[in-house]
Design a binder for this molecule. Sequence first.
Ligand code: URA
Length: 248
Amino acid sequence: MAARNNMRLDKLLSMLGEGTRAQVKEMIRAGRVTVDGAAARDSGMQVDPENSEVCIGGRRLSYKAVRHVMLNKPQNTLTAARDKKQKTVMDLLPPMYAAMGCMPAGRLDKDTEGLLIITSDGQLAHRIISPKKDVSKVYFARVAGTLGDEDIEAFAGGLHIKDSDGEFDAKPAGLEIVSASDGASEVRVRVSEGKYHQVKRMLAACGAPVVYLKREKIGALSLDPALAPGQWREMTEEEAALLEQEAD
Ligand code: URA
């Protein structure tokens, strides 16, 4: 019987982004792929991705069972694993990530930009979004409306939200006014829960509807400023450790 984590060689190679199933089968047929030093001829051979030494043309492939991706989510993209009609955040990554079970940790609205973590560690994802863990999220927003000290106090005291989406008492939250001029403000909001349209609803409750929203931080993890909207990279070990600690 195959060991629990074993998988077909062709599946592993295409999961690692080395080509389509047909392309990697051809590489195997051509004798370019070795497993533990011996040429592999059978695309269906079972390999242990974590412990077998798999090379293509002498180049050793690296397999990590757990992947954490930092994405600068662009506008006009759904935070979902898949959608029949609309582009999702998973469409921005090579198919390997979906094949490895990566999912977005939490949700940003279609028109919100910024930091989104996509991870194969479902438990970590759950802990990041759990209100019990109090992992803070920081958003930058441009709003129509002039916000002032009374709004900072209202955020700190816990806003009562009542609108067409329902009613809830928001936990105390941080509001920093970056700039405020007549009829338009730029603010930073720190929340530790993730109710539906939370930040937009909190700002709208202060008479300041959001015109642009971007998530900058999750816990101690900041969006890499080198990532333009739509760009992503794998998180470093230090970043992953930071999140693990935060959501512990
Ligand atoms: N709050 C919102 O209103 N929208 C988001 O996308 C995230 C937080």
